[in-house]
Design a protein around this ligand. Structure first.
Ligand code: BJ8
Length: 436
């Protein structure tokens, strides 16, 4: 039995309700949410056949996602091992800085509709579901990550997030980072300045100075996690694919919440098993199953809808060009810096390369999509935007043109967190898989 399983067994005997109450959560509503997510996880993940045994780690992460993991973080804070819990919504917020200042970084993006009526008292109805979801989780008091965050870091990316953070600042202790919209030498300098300002703000919050030693260790910790995810991703080029898109998506979703060292060990174990499966020709789907590269908006827990539809329809997702995918792990921070200044520059440079659609032009993303489709032997590309996300909707035309030029079949989808379009999506995806 793994350490993790031991922890979860112990966690199952522990009553977390007092902890949720102490965080000021709406406990009955939260019980309902957890019940629904547990049911969905069983239907979507546990129903998969031929999963690698090492994906049991992911089951444990989901089992403890709002319970054992929260307790672990609060305990670390109480013992002084960690100073503060710092939440964020975007890949542009460098976790290395939070860790080096003694904080625990957590991702706050949410993937389910909640308290929509309350949200629409503050934000327009025509707002992307990801934004409405994090606002709803806060207004409905059902997210222990938001409730335990001492500081929440937002970022000026899309218009919806920018304006929603003004509202969130009335609800939580909030700091917003400015992100440039174009890539050039001048904006890189501005971004380096923003990274320094963020480091100062986090130090102020935690009361712990970032040192060369702590920053070097944090860079190594985050890079090790990325190296493990890169290894796992590379195994998915095999036919049959050794691991499903659903489980792969969950590894990155878990990376926003679980302890970095534990996650790295577990992902390396998955990579070991998947390398062996690839060598032995063992797959999660039959050899020849149609292989899909996903690209588009991020998918926060528990938004598993699209991947579930693709894989239930007989396809297999072999890569994700998304913030809940390769953008999270494909680039490392240069580890050669020795001073805090050099390392902050290296961090800024690495994060500046994240190909978010807020950038114009965003050629790096287009190049990555085509490169990944080729490297992972994808038969087709599915590009998806969350409803009302103008950035990814607009960029989908450029992605389609690039796919056409590369001779890769392409399909665009616009969806939200509701299940109403599941039937229609299934029909469209089945037809797409058939013509591949
Ligand atoms: S770096 S993709 S995590 S901003 S889907 S909220 S863009 S309207 S999430 Fe993102 Fe950072 Fe970019 Fe990545 Fe707005 Fe679009 Fe909604 Fe979005």
């Amino acid at each position: 039995m793994s350490d993790n399983t031991n922890e979860t067994t112990a966690a199952a005997e522990y009553d977390f309700h007092p902890m949720w109450e102490s965080l000021g959560m709406d406990v009955p509503a939260h019980d309902m949410l957890l019940g629904a997510v547990g049911q969905m996880f069983g239907d979507v993940f546990l129903a998969q056949e031929n999963r690698p045994a090492s994906t049991d780690y992911l089951n444990q992460v989901v089992a403890g996602i709002h319970s054992g993991r929260i307790k672990e973080m609060l305990d670390k804070k109480a013992s002084g091992e960690a100073k503060k819990i710092v939440g964020s919504f975007c890949l542009y917020v460098p976790e290395e800085i939070v860790i080096a200042a003694g904080g625990i970084p957590v991702g706050l993006c949410s993937g389910a509709d909640w308290a929509t009526d309350k949200v629409e008292e503050h934000l327009p109805r025509a707002t992307c579901p990801l934004i409405k979801s994090f606002a709803g989780f806060k207004l409905g008091s059902v997210c222990p990550y938001i409730e335990s965050s001492d500081l929440v870091i937002g970022e000026n990316t899309c218009d919806g997030k920018k304006k929603a953070y003004e509202f969130m600042a009335t609800q939580v202790n909030m700091y917003t980072v400015d992100i440039p919209n174009v890539h050039n030498a001048q904006t890189l300098e501005l971004w380096k300045g923003e990274v320094r300002k963020l480091a100062e703000r986090v130090e102020q919050e935690t009361g712990q100075k970032i040192t060369a030693e702590s920053l070097k260790a944090a860079i190594k910790l985050a890079n090790d996690k990325r190296r493990a995810l890169q290894r796992l991703s590379a195994t998915r080029a095999a036919d049959p694919a050794p691991i499903s898109g659903l489980d792969s998506l969950l590894t990155v979703q878990a990376a926003f919440m679980d302890d970095a060292e534990r996650l790295t060990g577990a992902i390396n174990a998955m990579a070991d098993e998947c390398e062996q499966r690839a060598a032995d020709g063992v797959g999660v789907a039959p050899k020849g199953a149609k292989r899909i590269l996903y690209t588009g908006t991020p998918m926060a827990v528990p938004n598993w809808k699209l991947f579930n539809i693709i894989e239930k329809a007989g396809g297999v997702v072999v890569g994700e060009e998304a913030c809940t995918g390769s953008r999270y792990y494909k680039d490392l921070v240069d580890e050669s810096g020795e001073t805090v200044d050099e390392m902050l520059d290296a961090i800024a440079e690495r994060y500046f390369g994240i190909n978010c659609a807020i950038f114009t032009p965003n050629d790096g993303r287009i190049e990555d999509i085509v490169r990944m489709a080729r490297e992972l032997n994808a038969d087709g590309i599915i590009d998806c935007s969350l409803q009302f996300c103008t950035l990814y909707e607009m960029e989908s035309f450029t992605v389609e043109k690039a796919a056409e030029q590369a001779g890769i079949p392409f399909m665009h989808i616009t969806t939200d967190y509701a299940n109403e379009d599941a039937g229609q999506l299934t029909t469209r995806i089945e037809a797409f898989l058939e013509m591949l």
